[in-house]
Structures are given as structure tokens and as C-alpha cells.
Design a protein around this ligand. Structure first.
Ligand SMILES: CC(C)(COP(=O)(O)OP(=O)(O)OC[C@H]1O[C@@H](n2cnc3c(N)ncnc32)[C@H](O)[C@@H]1OP(=O)(O)O)[C@@H](O)C(=O)NCCC(=O)NCCS
Length: 202
């Protein structure tokens, strides 16, 4: 089973090239400490609507630097999609291996006991990469990462806003099912969704 330290020491463990139908090739790889500038460009480039659907603490260098400084220090694993050959970051795929008490309580109410075999996941693609099947193309790699960390289920990090039909469709078509809904601190309704992972072959 992989650990965050092993991935930080050897990002190639989770690095894969991916051919896309109508776009340049991309590399799926862990975020590395030298990514801050490129990650800042990715965050700064997100539209108002993308920021509404996928919220970060900030959208500039300070936040990008924080995310890079957090590598292997907490419970988070962040992967990026890097466009080849430009080197531009066009997606950020975030895992948390830890579950906050609020999530444990909400899922318990729905009759699901979360534990060490669960993780949280949240994707954000650059605006010009959304709605073209890229998320679905990448998803098997995401599921593999979770499996390699010994996880058997994935839940959505912070849920998905009920008025984000594209993301809800994306999750459903990649095997997630709805677990319930809740109203966040911002008063907006979100859905909790969960995926049961098939075991690794062999
Ligand atoms: C959510 C996200 C990662 C999905 O990746 P993606 O590459 O755009 O998704 P895909 O193109 O693989 O799949 C989207 C599906 O939604 C469908 N869709 C698109 N717009 C839709 C809409 N308004 N209503 C319903 N379905 C819609 C697409 O047709 C496709 O389904 P299909 O293949 O059955 O036709 C990406 O769109 C994204 O980063 N969005 C902005 C941030 C965000 O919402 N993050 C998730 C926060 S919970």
C-alpha cells in the first residue's frame, strides 16, 4: 500500500500519460513542490463559475504555494493534469485521506459508517478542458490511486452543489450514487455521493 511520503519521494509512482481525443496529450502526476507558479496560473485562470462550483481558499500564488507546501505534510494528496508539451496545468485532482466529523455524522445518518477504507475526492478542470470527456477519461486513474492507498470507497469532498448538473452527471456515469443531501454553511444545497471501488485485478 502506498504512502504520501513514498509518492512525494517518487512522483513517478503515480505518473501516467494520457492520450485525449481532441486535445494535446496530458500527463497525470502528483503535484510537486516546484509547481507553485504553474498551479497559480491554473487557479488564476478559473472562471467565476468554476470558482463557484469548486472553491479554493484563494486563486493566486499564495494558495498555490500553500498547496505545494502541504505535500506529504498532512492527509492530502493532490494530482495535476499537465498539458504536453506546454507544461500548462489544466486540472487539479484532490484527495483527502482523512474524514472530518461533519462528514462522518452526515453519512452515519444515511446509514453508512465511514472509516479508514474511505477517502474524499474533488476534481477541478481548467475551463477550456471542461465538458469534453476529459474527467471521464482520467477517472480510472483516479480510482487506481485510491485503490493503491488501500481505499475501497470514494466520497465527494464537500459534496457537489445540487445546481451543478454536469458534475452530478459526471459522477453518476463514473459509478457514484447519491447518499443524501445537506445545506452547507453558505445556505446552498449539496449532494453527498459515494463510489464503491472494484478490487484491484489479480
Ligand atoms: C466536474 C468536472 C470535473 C467533470 O469533468 P468533465 O470532463 O467536464 O466531465 P465529462 O465531460 O467527462 O462528463 C460530463 C457529463 O455531463 C454532461 N453534461 C454537461 N453539461 C450538462 C448539464 N448542464 N446538465 C446535465 N449534464 C451535463 C455531459 O454531456 C457528460 O455526460 P455524457 O458523457 O453522458 O454526455 C469538470 O466539468 C469540472 O472541473 N467542472 C468545474 C468544477 C467542478 O464542478 N468540480 C466538481 C465540484 S464537486
Amino acid at each position: 500500500m502506498l504512502t504520501l511520503t513514498e509518492v512525494a519521494d517518487d512522483p513517478l509512482l503515480l505518473t501516467r500519460r494520457l492520450a485525449l481525443n481532441d486535445a494535446p496529450e496530458v500527463v497525470f502526476r502528483p503535484l510537486v513542490r516546484t509547481d507553485a507558479d504553474r498551479l497559480a496560473e491554473f487557479l488564476a485562470g478559473l472562471s467565476h463559475e468554476s470558482r463557484r462550483l469548486s472553491t479554493f481558499d484563494g486563486y493566486g500564488l499564495a494558495t498555490a504555494q500553500e498547496l505545494c507546501d502541504a505535500i506529504a505534510r498532512y492527509d492530502k494528496l493532490r494530482l495535476v493534469l499537465e498539458e504536453v508539451p506546454s507544461g500548462r496545468i489544466v486540472g487539479l485532482l484532490e484527495f483527502s485521506l482523512d474524514l472530518p466529523p461533519g462528514d462522518l455524522a452526515r453519512y452515519r445518518e444515511a446509514g453508512i459508517r465511514l472509516g479508514p477504507a474511505d477517502c474524499r475526492f474533488g476534481p477541478t478542470l481548467a475551463d477550456d478542458y471542461q465538458g469534453r470527456g476529459v474527467g471521464t477519461r482520467v477517472f480510472p486513474l483516479v480510482a487506481d490511486v485510491a485503490r493503491r492507498f488501500g481505499r475501497r470507497r470514494i466520497i465527494l469532498w464537500g459534496g457537489v452543489l445540487a445546481d451543478n448538473p454536469r458534475a452530478i452527471r459526471f459522477y453518476r456515469k463514473n459509478g457514484f450514487h447519491s447518499v443524501g443531501s445537506f445545506t452547507g454553511a453558505d445556505g446552498l444545497r449539496s449532494l453527498d455521493m459515494m463510489l464503491n471501488l472494484d478490487p484491484l485485478p489479480g
